[in-house]
Design a binder for this molecule. Structure first.
Ligand SMILES: Cc1cc2nc3c(=O)[nH]c(=O)nc-3n(C[C@H](O)[C@H](O)[C@H](O)COP(=O)(O)OP(=O)(O)OC[C@H]3O[C@@H](n4cnc5c(N)ncnc54)[C@H](O)[C@@H]3O)c2cc1C
Ligand SMILES: *[C@@H]1O[C@H](CO)[C@@H](O)[C@H](O)[C@H]1NC(C)=O
Ligand SMILES: *[C@@H]1O[C@H](CO)[C@@H](O)[C@H](O)[C@H]1NC(C)=O
Ligand SMILES: *[C@@H]1O[C@H](CO)[C@@H](O)[C@H](O)[C@H]1NC(C)=O
Ligand SMILES: *[C@@H]1O[C@H](CO)[C@@H](O)[C@H](O)[C@H]1NC(C)=O
Ligand SMILES: *[C@@H]1O[C@H](CO)[C@@H](O)[C@H](O)[C@H]1NC(C)=O
Ligand SMILES: *[C@@H]1O[C@H](CO)[C@@H](O)[C@H](O)[C@H]1NC(C)=O
Ligand SMILES: *[C@@H]1O[C@H](CO)[C@@H](O)[C@H](O)[C@H]1NC(C)=O
Ligand SMILES: *[C@@H]1O[C@H](CO)[C@@H](O)[C@H](O)[C@H]1NC(C)=O
Length: 643
C-alpha cells in the first residue's frame, strides 16, 4: 500500500494492509470453517458449466429441495448466529399472533419520524415493488399480511465471512439471493420472494486519507464501507472539516451500495461526476464466494462493471475507496415558486435555501411559458457546474388546472453574488414573460450539513413511495436550432401534469470531463450526454391497487413517458430510478456498454446467483406472475426458456 498521511478515522477500525479497508474485512471464510458443512463450499466460475444447469426455478419454502430446519440452523451456526427470520413489521396491524394495536399505531405514526424502517431488516421503502403484501395501516379491512415478496431469512452481515457463507449457501442450494442496504430502490430490488437476504446495513466505517495514490491518481481519498448512508458521510465531512466526497443528496440513501453501483447523482454531479465516477477500488464478495479487490490492476472487468453496471448483479460490495477533495464545499442557491393556484405564503421544502414566497400566475399560458424558460436555461446551470430542480406538481385531483412549479438552483463553489449575476438572465426572461419577480438573493450553505439520518420520506407509504419513470434529455435538445424540440418536451410534460402526474426535472451533467480519472466505467453513456433527468410520477399511492389495476396504471404512465422516449430516440433512462418494464432496458440503462457488461456477468456468475429486475443479465430470468398483472418481487424466480 502507498503512504497515507493524516488519516482521519470517523467510524470503525480500519486495517491498512492486504487490501482490507476495515476490520470486518479481515474476518474471512476459510476451508477450516467449512469442514463437513459442504453447503457453504466455494464455487468456481471457470469450472462451472457454461450453460445454466440448475433447477428451472430457485427453490421456495415448501419445495422438497428447500433446506431443512436443521440445515438452516447449521447455516446460522456458521454465521455466528447472525441469521434472522423476521416477519414484516406490518404484521402488527393484521389479525393473527403478531397483532398489536399499539405497535401498529406506532408504525403508521411516530415510527415515520424515526429510523425504525431504515433499521428494519425487511422493509422496502417502495411498497408496491415488493408486492405490498403486508402494508402497515390502521384499517386493514379487505387486506392480508403475508411474507410475500419479503425474504424468508436475512443475514445481518457483520463480516466478510458472513457474506461469503451466505453467498455460498444460496448458490450451492439454488436459493434466491437478495442484497439489501437501505431499501430505497424504486422497484424494490432489495426484496424477493423466498429469498435469503444479505443485509449490509451494519457494515459501518468511513475514513479520509489526505494523501493516497493508485495508478495515476495522487490525492485525497476516502474509505467507505457498504452500509454508510449519505448523512453519515455528510457528518464525516463536517467533522473532518476539509474534505469533500460525492454523495447522494437525500440523507438516508445508501452511499456504499446501490447508489454508487448504478450511477449516483447528487448536487456535485456537474462538477465532479457521479458516485460511480469516484471509485478507485472496490472490495467485493463474488458469486464464487471469494473476497477480491477490483481496481485498475486486478479484476479489471469487474472494476469496469461495478462502476455503473448496477447493484445486486456482479457481487456484494463490502467497501470502496473513492476520490476526495481536500477542501470544504460551499453551495450557493435559491428556491422560488410559481403557482397558478392560490398563493401559499410558506412552503415546506426549500431544500435549505432561502425561498421566495410563491408567485401567483393566474394565466396558465404564462405559467407554462415560464416552465419553458426554466428548461431552456437548464444547460446554463449544468455548464456552471450546478444542479437544478424544476418540479411541476398539480395541486388537487387530476383535471384541475392548478399547478405549482418549485425550483431550486444550486451552484457549488460559486459565491452568492456571482450566483446572483449568473441567475439574472433567467429572472429577466421570467420578467419579460410577464412574471413580477426580481432575482432572489442566493444564500451560501455548507454541502456537509450535519444530520441524524431521519428524513421526511424514509418510511413505506411516503411521498417518494410511488410509481415513476425517468427519461434523460440529451444535450442536443439545447442546440441552437433545437428549441422546437425542447418546446415539444415542455408540451409533453404539460400534458402529463394536466393528466394529474407530477413531473420533476433534475438538471445535471456528469460529463466525461467532470467524471475525470480513472474513467472507462459502465455508466450509461446517455448520462454523459445529458442536461436534464425527467421523472414522471403518479402522485397517488399505488400499493393499495390490485396487481391488475397496477398494470393498467403503469401502462397509462408509460404512455406519457413514451412521448418523451419518442423525442429522444437512442436515449436513455436512469437505472437507479428504473421502470420495472423499461422497454429495451439494456439499451436504455447501458447503451453501448451492454454487450461487455453481459459478457462480464456471464463469466463471473454462470449460476445466475445475483438477480435484480432490469439488471444486467436479468433477461435470463423472470418473476412468475399471472397474465395481466404488474410484475413485483412477489413470485417465484424462474429461468426463461427452460433449462
Ligand atoms: C427518497 C429517495 C431519494 C433518493 N435520492 C437519490 C439521489 O439523490 N440520487 C440518486 O442518484 N438516487 C437517489 N435515489 C435512488 C437511489 O439511488 C436508489 O434507490 C438506490 O438503489 C439506493 O441504493 P441503496 O443501496 O441505498 O438501496 P437498496 O434498495 O438497499 O439497494 C439498491 C440495489 O443495490 C443493491 N445493493 C445494495 N447494496 C449493495 C452492495 N453492497 N453490493 C452490491 N449490491 C448492493 C441491492 O441489491 C439493490 O439491487 C433516491 C431514492 C429514494 C427512495
Ligand atoms: C477453478 O477451475 C479451474 C478450471 O477447471 C481450475 O484451473 C482452477 O484451479 C480452479 N480453482 C480453484 C480455486 O479450485
Ligand atoms: C440464530 O442463532 C441466534 C443465536 O443463537 C439466535 O438468536 C437466532 O434466533 C437464530 N436464528 C434463527 C433464524 O433461528
Ligand atoms: C376500512 O376500509 C374498508 C375498505 O376499504 C372500508 O369499507 C371501511 O369503511 C373502512 N373503515 C373505517 C373505519 O374507515
Ligand atoms: C444486526 O447487527 C447489529 C450489529 O452489527 C446490531 O446492532 C443489530 O441490532 C442487529 N439487528 C438485528 C435485527 O438483529
Ligand atoms: C503525498 O505523497 C507523495 C508521495 O507518495 C509526496 O510526494 C507528496 O509530497 C505528498 N503530499 C502531501 C500533501 O503530503
Ligand atoms: C485537514 O484537517 C486535519 C485536522 O485539522 C489536518 O490534520 C489535515 O492535515 C488537513 N488536511 C488537509 C489536506 O489540509
Ligand atoms: C411587483 O412586485 C413588487 C414587490 O413584490 C410590488 O411592489 C409591485 O406592485 C408588483 N408589480 C406589479 C405590476 O404587480
Ligand atoms: C441543427 O441540428 C442538427 C441536429 O439536430 C445538426 O446536425 C445541425 O448541424 C444543426 N445546425 C446548426 C446550424 O446548428
Amino acid at each position: 500500500m502507498k503512504a497515507q498521511v493524516a488519516p482521519i478515522l470517523l467510524f470503525s477500525a480500519s486495517i491498512h494492509c492486504l487490501g482490507f479497508n476495515f476490520a470486518y474485512e479481515s474476518l474471512q471464510l476459510t476451508n477450516d470453517h467449512i469442514l463437513d458443512f459442504t453447503a457453504i463450499q466455494f464455487g468456481n466460475a471457470s469450472s462451472a458449466p457454461k450453460t445454466y444447469q440448475g433447477p428451472r426455478c430457485k427453490y421456495q419454502p415448501g419445495d422438497p429441495s428447500w433446506p431443512s430446519t436443521s440445515e438452516w440452523a447449521s447455516l446460522n451456526a456458521s454465521l455466528n448466529g447472525h441469521l434472522l427470520k423476521p416477519e414484516p413489521p406490518g404484521s402488527a396491524c393484521y389479525p393473527g399472533p403478531k397483532y398489536d394495536a399499539d405497535t401498529c399505531a406506532f408504525l403508521v405514526g411516530p415510527a415515520r419520524a424515526t429510523r425504525f424502517f431504515l433499521d428494519d431488516p425487511l422493509t422496502s421503502l417502495v411498497t408496491w415493488g415488493e408486492g405490498a403484501t403486508c402494508l402497515p395501516m390502521l384499517n386493514t379491512t379487505g387486506r392480508t399480511c403475508a411474507q410475500g415478496g419479503f425474504p424468508v431469512y436475512v443475514v445481518n452481515a457483520s463480516s466478510v465471512r458472513d457474506i461469503q457463507t451466505a453467498v455460498n449457501f444460496a448458490r450451492n442450494r439454488d436459493i434466491r439471493l437478495v442484497i439489501k442496504n437501505t431499501g430505497h430502490d424504486f422497484i424494490a430490488k432489495s426484496t424477493g420472494r423466498g429469498s435469503l437476504s444479505i443485509w449490509t446495513h451494519f457494515l459501518k466505517g468511513m475514513e479520509f486519507l489526505a494523501n493516497y495514490s493508485t495508478g495515476e491518481y495522487v490525492g485525497a481519498a476516502a474509505r467507505v464501507s457498504a452500509g454508510i448512508e449519505a448523512w453519515e458521510a455528510y457528518n464525516a465531512m463536517a467533522i473532518a472539516g476539509n474534505f469533500t466526497v460525492v454523495v447522494p443528496l437525500d440523507p438516508s440513501v445508501g452511499y456504499g451500495g446501490g447508489w454508487t453501483l448504478g450511477g449516483g447523482h447528487g448536487p456535485l454531479a456537474s462538477l465532479y461526476g457521479l458516485g460511480a465516477d469516484q471509485v478507485l477500488s472496490m472490495n467485493i464478495v463474488t458469486a464464487e464466494g471469494r473476497f477480491v479487490t477490483a481496481d485498475l490492476n486486478q479484476n479489471r472487468d469487474l472494476f469496469f462493471a461495478l462502476r455503473g453496471g448496477g447493484g445486486g448483479t456482479f457481487g456484494i460490495v463490502t467497501s470502496m475507496m473513492v476520490k476526495a477533495w481536500p477542501k470544504r464545499t460551499d453551495i450557493s442557491g435559491v428556491t422560488y415558486y410559481f403557482t397558478t393556484g392560490p398563493g401559499q405564503s410558506t412552503m415546506s421544502d426549500s431544500r435549505g435555501y432561502p425561498a421566495v414566497p410563491p408567485i401567483h400566475i393566474p394565466d396558465p399560458e404564462v405559467f407554462w411559458r415560464a416552465y419553458r424558460i426554466y428548461l431552456t436555461f437548464a444547460d446554463e446551470i449544468v455548464n456552471a457546474g450546478g444542479f437544478g430542480f424544476g418540479d411541476v406538481t398539480p395541486q388537487g385531483p387530476a383535471g384541475t388546472t392548478t399547478y405549482l412549479f418549485a425550483s431550486t438552483i444550486t451552484i457549488p463553489g460559486m459565491s452568492a453574488s456571482s450566483t446572483k449575476k449568473f441567475l439574472d438572465p433567467l429572472f429577466s426572461s421570467y420578467r419579460a414573460a410577464g412574471i413580477n419577480l426580481s432575482t432572489p438573493d442566493p444564500a451560501t450553505v455548507l454541502y456537509a450539513q450535519r444530520g441524524a439520518g431521519v428524513t421526511p420520506n424514509s418510511f413505506p407509504g411516503a411521498s417518494s413511495d410511488r410509481l415513476l419513470i425517468t427519461r434523460l434529455l440529451p444535450r442536443r435538445l439545447w442546440a441552437n436550432n433545437a428549441s422546437e424540440q425542447l418546446a415539444a418536451v415542455a408540451e409533453v410534460n404539460r400534458a402529463s401534469a394536466e393528466l394529474g402526474y407530477r413531473v420533476t426535472t433534475r438538471a445535471y451533467a456528469p460529463t466525461a470531463a467532470a467524471a475525470g480519472y480513472p474513467g472507462d466505467g459502465a455508466v450509461n453513456p446517455a448520462m454523459r450526454d445529458m442536461v436534464v433527468h425527467c421523472v414522471t410520477v403518479k402522485r397517488e399511492a399505488v400499493d393499495v391497487l390490485a396487481p391488475r389495476e397496477l398494470l393498467v396504471e403503469h401502462a397509462r404512465l408509460s404512455a406519457r413517458v413514451d412521448e418523451l422516449r419518442r423525442l429522444t430516440p437512442g436515449g436513455g433512462a436512469y437505472f437507479n430510478e428504473a421502470d420495472r418494464l423499461e422497454p429495451g432496458f439494456q439499451q436504455s440503462f447501458w447503451g453501448k456498454h451492454y454487450d461487455r457488461l453481459l459478457a462480464v456477468k456471464r463469466a463471473v456468475d454462470p449460476w445466475g446467483l445475483f438477480w435484480v429486475p432490469t439488471g444486467v443479465g436479468s433477461e435470463d430470468w423472470e418473476v412468475v406472475k399471472a397474465e395481466g398483472e404488474m410484475p413485483t418481487q412477489d413470485g417465484p424466480l424462474c429461468r426463461i426458456g427452460g433449462v
